[in-house]
Each structure stands twice: as structure tokens, then as C-alpha cells.
Write a protein that binds this ligand. Sequence first.
Ligand code: CTP
Length: 222
Amino acid sequence: MRVLITAGPTYEPLDPVRFLGNRSTGKMGYALAEAFAAAGATVTLVSGPTNLPDPIPATIVTVRVETAAQMFAAAGAEAETADVWVFAAAVADYRPAAVATEKIKKSGETLTLELVKNVDIAATLGQRKRPEQFAVGFALETTNELAHAQDKLHRKGFDLIVINSLRDAGAGFGHDTNQVTVLDRAGAVLNFGLRKKTDLAADLVALVLARCQPPSGVGSGG
Ligand code: CTP
């Protein structure tokens, strides 16, 4: 089984020394890469900038990128041959319309940046997803979690969506623990109580493997 995972933030450059980014650490995506590898899968981990070392197992290839456009290119190159897609990256929705070639100097009391929309990696790849491919998305919501996540699941062609709520203590960016709710296309809701991201990753991998039918089965050797 081949698995494609996006992880971490994206950095969108503004000038040679500055960028727009977010607080994603990549921990959840890296933990999923390790858990899929432990289950016998071959993994491509497309990672935005993180402080994490490349995962060690030889069955995980880590591709380092910086921007959403680079992440899209790297993920797009692997999407067709992957059986499972996991979109764990916190992709910047917008990037600066222009990247200054020199450092932007301080001038007026205010500075207005023009931003343009980035490609939605999950939604764009979702349009060319084959029926036997299985896609998992993540959603970070602060209000109406289930309704927003359900909308994203259908809009982006996910089979499962993992919902992080910023209202939950110990969940989300920067923590070693996470507490999530998983929603499927039929509307079924599964709650995973607070646990280490590495344990949650193993539980999510088990859920995905139970839901998708690889042609020959993970670890079956044929
Ligand atoms: N995603 C992506 N490319 C983007 C934005 C998001 O692949 N440009 C993926 C994320 O990796 C995640 C899912 O889409 O799996 C949901 O991301 P989220 O940021 O919550 O959704 P948005 O569509 O950006 O919705 P909003 O920011 O309005 O809540």
C-alpha cells in the first residue's frame, strides 16, 4: 500500500527575510507517517518547514517543501500512485501577491499587504481521485465544528475528516496530545478522547485500513 501524507505548515515568502506562516508543528502528520510505515505501507511525507527530523524508517520518503505551490507540486506527483491520501498539512490559504526582491523597509505608520488565494491541494487533487483511492482530511474549527467539517468533507472529496477543536485543552497545534472527532461520508461520528499524537496516529491508521480495501492488503506480501 502506498500512502501520501502532507504535513506541517507552509511558509509564503513576503521578501527575502520574511514569510507568512502558521503554528503547525507537523507532529500529527509525522506520527501518521510512522504509524502507516509500522503497518507495512510505503509512505511519501510531503512536509512544510518543521523542526522535526526526517522519520527514520526506510519506507518513508520525506520531501521537504516551503510554499503551498511547492507542496501541491510534490503531492501532485505522488497522488496518482498512492492508495491513501492524508492531508494533515496546515496550508496557508493565501500568499502575498508580490514577493519583494529586497527586504521591505519600514516607512509609513501602517502597511497593507495584498494576498492572493493559494491552490487548495486537497480539493484540487480530490477532483482526480479514483473511486478506489481513499482520502483523509483534517479540519481545525473553532465554531460549528461538525457542520463545517461535513461541508469540507464533501467539498474536498474526503472519505474521512478528522476534526480538531481549538476549544479542547491539550488538542491541536504544538501539543503532544490531541483529541479529535472523525466524521465519515455517511455522517457517522467517532470520538477519540485525549491521547498522545503517536497513539492517535496508530488508531487513525487502524481506522483507515479497516475502511479502505487495498488491492492486496497491507503487509500481505503480494
Ligand atoms: N487543505 C489543502 N490545501 C489548502 C487548504 C487546506 O490541502 N490550500 C487541506 C488541509 O490539509 C486539510 C483540509 O484541507 O486537510 C481542511 O483545511 P482547512 O484549512 O480547515 O480548510 P479550508 O478549506 O481552508 O477552510 P477554512 O480555512 O475556511 O476553514
